[in-house]
Design a protein around this ligand. Structure first.
Ligand code: ADP
Length: 371
């Protein structure tokens, strides 16, 4: 198993499409790292550079201590699982899984043993003589994973492997891949556009946007301490609410917008950082999870209170997502999450509180979090 190190990796397509603009990421042995970001952010390009399927324009890539920029894919000791499975339709499951080993001239007994072991791990033992078309989507994806498994590579790469599966199967396969990761103690790098997949699977998540690495962190740190407004809005569902306003100084510092106004207690330790913003615009961010109904729930020790008009409520089972606006500002919608024991009808005025420890502020221009 292996460490993978990306040092200032850049990728330029043709003359001027810069897909990756200098990525620095350290992946430890046995780590499960997810590359996530919206479509076109460069995550597949980055994975394909690690695989050796795309040339590296600039920078260095190390697997363990070896620089592998110029090694061909087959010499990098990695195995990749693709979204479309890439199985040979005319071959049996056994032959599909054995194919790479045959190419590498492994002994027949060795191939048989490895394929049977992988099939056992993946619950495919009874399907080895079937053809891919006789298998379900989930089973085919398992065969594709099996083909990577038999190679016993240093690093596993996954390129949106669950995108073609229905929602329920996706959740099941997500758990299976995590279990496999634990069992194999392998280094895995996994690409997805789905932040929930990223949050639930990754030990570490690399958030990308427009070819730039925005933040590399654990799932909970991304959620609680996003480096900037993009990460704050991308991670978490429903997304963080944002509200523009400015900082004013009376007795204490206050956040003031046309919609809400509240004091910022000194003990939050934000005053020094917020002082340069006195009289200037900045962005206030608050998550739907951290709002609560002042009349229905126990009050937190310190909270920011807001009078809101709840427009529409979306019950999703154990919880509801409630969409609201502030009086006089119908065109801007915010969200607060509530336990579904509390029932709302929509079109009602309520008072919500926000735990003061959950206030987040962002620079309006750079969008970097002020912390
Ligand atoms: P993602 O996987 O995050 O959706 P990609 O890595 O596929 O993004 O693409 C990143 C950027 O590089 C996009 O702007 C895309 O249009 C561009 N790109 C990808 N592949 C090529 C290519 N072969 N030639 C030119 N541009 C490409």
């Amino acid at each position: 198993m292996a460490n993978v190190k990306l040092k200032q990796l850049k990728k330029v397509y043709g003359k001027d499409v810069i897909a990756i603009k200098g990525a620095d990421v350290s992946i430890k042995d046995k780590e499960f790292v997810v590359l996530v970001g919206p479509s076109g952010c460069g995550k597949s390009t980055l994975l394909r550079m690690i695989a050796g399927l795309e040339e590296i324009s600039e920078g260095e890539l190390f697997i363990d201590e070896e620089k592998v920029n110029d090694l061909s894919p087959k010499d990098r000791d990695i195995a990749m699982v693709f979204q479309n499975y890439a199985l040979y339709p005319h071959m049996t499951v056994f032959d599909n899984m054995a194919f790479g080993l045959k190419l590498r001239k492994h002994k027949k007994e060795d191939i048989k043993r490895r394929v049977e072991e992988a099939a056992e791990i993946l619950g495919l033992s009874e399907y080895l003589q079937r053809k891919p078309k006789e298998m379900s989507g989930g089973q085919r994806q398992r065969v594709a994973i099996g083909r990577a498994l038999v190679r016993q590579p240093k690093v596993f790469l996954f390129d949106e492997p669950l995108s073609n599966l229905d929602a329920k199967l996706r959740v099941q396969m997500r758990i299976e891949i995590k279990r496999l990761h634990k069992q194999l103690e392998a280094t895995m790098i996994y690409v997805t556009h789905d932040q929930i997949e990223a949050m639930t699977m990754g030990d570490k998540i690399v958030v990308l946007k427009d070819g730039y690495v925005q933040q590399v962190d654990s799932p909970m740190n991304l959620f609680n301490n996003p480096a900037n407004k993009f990460v704050a809005g991308f991670i978490g569902s429903p997304a963080m609410n944002f509200l523009e306003g400015r900082i004013e100084k009376s007795n204490e510092l206050e956040f003031v917008s046309g919609l809400v106004r509240f004091g910022i207690p000194e003990k939050l330790g934000l005053h020094e950082k917020l002082k340069p913003y006195i009289g200037k615009s900045l962005i206030f961010g608050f998550r739907p999870e951290y709002l609560y109904d002042k009349e229905k729930e126990n009050s937190k020790e310190l909270s920011v209170d807001m009078d809101i008009i709840l427009d529409v409520t979306e019950p999703v089972g154990s919880e509801s997502f409630n969409y609201f606006h502030f009086e006089g500002q119908e065109d801007k919608t915010f969200c607060f999450r509530s336990d579904s024991v509390y029932q709302y009808q929509g079109n009602e005025k309520i008072k919500v509180g926000l735990d003061i420890n959950r206030l987040r502020f962002f620079d309006k221009k750079t969008e970097i979090r002020i912390a």
